[in-house]
Structures are given as C-alpha cells and as structure tokens.
Design a protein around this ligand. Structure first.
Ligand SMILES: [Zn+2]
Ligand SMILES: [Zn+2]
Ligand SMILES: [Zn+2]
Length: 141
C-alpha cells in the first residue's frame, strides 16, 4: 500500500523554528553589519541562545528568501546577511574586514543597467552591485 501522506510530518518551518528564528533576528537587530553565518552564529551564542551553526545557516537563507533580511555574496563567494532599514532597491558599500555597511544610492548604475537591458531587447532587468573596501576604522588599525 502507498504511504499515507497524513503520516508524514507537515512541513511548517515557520512554526517549528520560531525560537531559532527569533534568536537570529534578535542578534541581527543589534548589528548593522553584513556578517557571515559563522559571525551571526557567534553573535547568537554571545546573547546566550543555543542555536547550531547549521540552523543559523538555514534560518538566514529562509529569512533572505522571505525578504526579511538582505543578502550579498562577498568577494570570497561567501553569503553575508544583514537586516536593512531600506526596503527599496539600494546598494551597499561593505567593509571586507568588519562588515560595516553603508547603504548607497547608485543613480548612474540604475540608468546604465536599464539602458543596457533595453539596448539588447531585455525586459524587467534586475542587477546586483556591491562595493567592497576597507572602512576608515579598519584602515586606521
Ligand atoms: Zn541594504
Ligand atoms: Zn571595517
Ligand atoms: Zn541598483
């Protein structure tokens, strides 16, 4: 007989992971920096919550999927996450050492991206542009 679908545990990640999710979001409200899952894991532990690294990875990915946090891929190909104030399309200037982030508008980039897509007959273009550098504070030390 076929497996009764009712016996399989229902997939309700939002409900089941509420504690972990809350812990991660709490850590994220304490920092404005774009940090790696490993760094967020450290922050979560420092605030006294026991959440495994794998869970932090998964929670961050889910939060990014739902649009609650921003994600970027740094120059080493590693995903970094942060809770952005700005909901509209924007860009980031990110410190490669500490993750300190400035949100920046990029008018010329918007115009160039739209024009380039249109020139090639592409519609609904999106783009991802991040600037990585060393922030003034890290440059001093
Ligand atoms: Zn942002
Ligand atoms: Zn820095
Ligand atoms: Zn843009």
């Amino acid at each position: 007989m076929a497996v009764d679908p009712v016996t399989t545990p229902p997939a309700v990640p939002g409900k089941r992971n509420t504690r972990q999710r809350t812990a991660v979001l709490r850590a994220m409200s304490d920092s404005d920096d774009f940090l790696t899952p490993q760094q967020w894991h450290d922050m979560v532990r420092r605030q006294g919550d026991a959440v495994g690294l794998t869970t932090v990875y998964r929670t961050l990915a889910a939060l990014a999927d739902s649009g609650m946090v921003d994600t970027i891929v740094d120059e080493h190909g590693e995903a970094r996450y942060r809770r952005c104030e700005e909901e509209e399309h924007h860009h980031h200037l990110v410190c490669r050492v500490c993750g300190a982030t400035v949100e920046v508008a990029a008018g010329p980039v918007e115009a160039w991206a739209q024009r380039t897509a249109t020139d090639h007959g592409y519609t609904n273009p999106v783009h991802t542009v991040e600037i990585f550098g060393t922030c003034p504070q890290c440059a001093r030390t």
